[in-house]
Design a protein around this ligand. Structure first.
Ligand code: SAM
Length: 278
């Protein structure tokens, strides 16, 4: 049944409900286009169309949830990473653009060596492993996570992109029980417990994906201290970091001795990825 609400009215209403968002109009349009199953350009071209009662009810409900802090990707059920659409839900962290640096560096390292063995530690929704499978047709890929929920979502995404036969998914505590690799990729939990409890991200995304312990370095340290024995000669560890880059670099030099350890900055010049080459 048709409601008496037009597309234009719905967008205006949405933008006013989401007035505290960074870009209220954009978010309202994205949500409305999702429920209408139309593009944003269709919305712009059809301001006079009437919404059905069902679409209007779903849209209004999503506006309310978004206003209460629910991340936009969870409301949509998908999110783009490295130009690839991933199914996302509460089982795993929403992949972030800064993590694409790990994928870019892995491709540049492994692209020169066919049949490289690569592992994505703490794969979450499978973003890194699947992006690598799609870009490195000869690589041998593994993805671990301690969370069975995350692994089930990662498998769903690997099926969606038809790379399920290319990636071995393993439930493991970091690299425990796994073999040796040419590239180890990881975006480990690196918030402090306090940050994970107080920041809005911790209210909506899995705590297990965020909480790195009292100083945020528990998982980082465990991975750096154990990765060496899982790396082939000439292999690399690529790990996203949050704060404490000086401490982490020191830690890397302590555990890796003569290896080449450095921090790779993001576009804003902040150190965001540890790179170790043995
Ligand atoms: C920050 S999320 C990263 C998810 C995904 N790689 C990404 O970049 O979007 C960290 C992931 O590590 C997993 N994790 C936490 N502790 C772990 C552990 N001890 N061993 C393996 N995975 C762990 C979490 O379940 C979560 O999926």
């Amino acid at each position: 049944m048709k409601s008496n609400c037009t597309v234009l009215k719905a967008v205006r209403h949405g933008a006013s409900v989401l007035s505290s968002a960074d870009n209220p109009q954009l978010e309202a349009e994205v949500l409305l286009s999702h429920y209408l199953n139309e593009s944003r350009s269709w919305i712009a071209a059809h301001p006079e169309k009437f919404l059905s009662e069902t679409t209007l009810a779903s849209y209004n409900c999503s506006l309310q949830m978004r206003n209460e802090g629910e991340p936009l990707p969870y409301l949509l059920g998908y999110w783009e990473f490295f130009g690839i659409s991933f199914t996302v839900d509460k089982r795993a962290l929403i992949p972030r653009p800064e993590t694409e640096t790990i994928v870019e560096h892995s491709i540049s390292i492994a692209g020169k060596h066919p049949n490289s063995r690569i592992v994505d530690v703490g794969t979450g929704c499978g973003a890194i492993a699947i992006a690598l499978a799609l870009n490195l047709p000869d690589a041998l890929l593994f993805a671990s996570d301690i969370s069975l929920d995350a692994l089930s979502l990662a498998r769903t995404n690997s099926l969606r992109h038809a790379v399920h036969n290319r990636i071995e998914f393993v439930q493991a505590d970091l690299l425990t029980g796994m073999g040796k690799f040419d590239v180890i990729c990881a975006n480990p939990p690196y918030l402090t417990t306090q940050e994970a409890c107080t920041l809005s991200v911790g209210k909506h995304e899995p705590r297990l994906a965020l909480d790195g312990g009292r100083n945020g370095l528990n998982i980082v340290r465990k991975l750096i201290s154990t990765a060496g024995k899982h790396l082939n000669k000439g292999g690399s560890l690529l790990m996203e970091i949050g704060n404490s880059s000086d401490k982490i670099l020191k830690m890397a030099k302590y555990y890796f001795g003569s290896a080449d350890c450095s921090m790779v900055p993001d576009l804003a010049g902040r150190p965001r990825m540890l790179k170790i080459t043995t």
